[in-house]
Write a protein that binds this ligand. Structure first.
Ligand code: ADP
Length: 213
């Protein structure tokens, strides 16, 4: 699982893992944005919360993950941005136990507040598939179209500086306690996420390769 603050690069690293190792990724943020685009009651409700920088209730998120695991849990998988609260982590342990499996790795991407602010201020995301890039990337400056699915590359509404304050506060109070939760086992690895995506991915790949030996 990949954990970290908003803008830590979890989503990008998750994409790189899928492409390189062909492991499926599930991200509640991506599922919720898809539901919003489909206009489902779940998507509409969650969007109100996300737009204000809040976390969606644990029961809703755990239910999404449970459904996903029931379909795909037999193969390897990566969680991007889940769990984000200690309650979610405890409920995940119960789900994994039922499936007779366990977590191999919990990767914590450590980023400074400066990195978060810079990345969020320039983030562009594909509305269709979630591919993430930056407005500073020359290849997308003039033609903001996703190189993978041709969807539109847009700024996310919750990537606004005032909303970011709330997201960071939620991260500190609800997500950071997961560090001590996972430090109790031997699954947690901290990686410096302030570096470029290739350097971070090299460290993550080494961990995955070690575990799959
Ligand atoms: P980021 O890491 O940039 O905040 P995500 O795409 O992971 O972006 O999440 C977007 C929003 O979706 C979050 O701000 C939150 O409202 C909601 N969300 C995603 N994952 C969770 C989760 N595990 N628990 C609660 N809410 C979540």
């Amino acid at each position: 699982m990949l954990l970290g603050a908003p803008g830590s690069g979890k989503g990008t690293q998750a994409e790189m893992i899928t492409r390189h190792f062909a492991i499926s990724v599930t991200s509640p943020g991506t599922i919720l944005r898809r539901e919003r685009d489909l206009g489902t009651p779940l998507g509409v409700e969650a969007d109100k919360i996300s737009k204000q920088g809040g976390l969606v209730p644990d029961d809703v998120i755990v239910h999404l993950i449970e459904e996903w695991l029931n379909l795909h849990g037999k193969e390897g998988f990566v969680f991007d941005g889940f769990p984000r609260t200690v309650t979610q982590a405890e409920r995940l342990n119960d789900l994994l136990e039922k499936l007779d499996t366990a977590l191999d790795l919990a990767i914590w991407l450590e980023v400074s507040e400066e990195t978060v602010r810079d990345r969020i201020a320039s983030r562009l995301q594909c509305r269709r598939c979630g591919f993430t890039t930056s407005v500073t990337s020359a290849s997308f400056a003039d033609r903001p179209v996703c190189p993978y699915c041709d969807g539109p590359l847009i700024r996310r509404e919750d990537d606004d500086t005032s909303v970011l304050q709330k997201r960071l506060a939620e991260f500190k109070s609800k997500t950071e306690p997961l560090l001590s939760f996972y430090e109790k086992g031997d699954t947690l690895h901290r990686i410096d996420g302030n570096r470029d995506r290739e350097a971070v991915f090299a460290d993550i790949s080494a961990l995955i390769e070690q575990r799959s030996k």
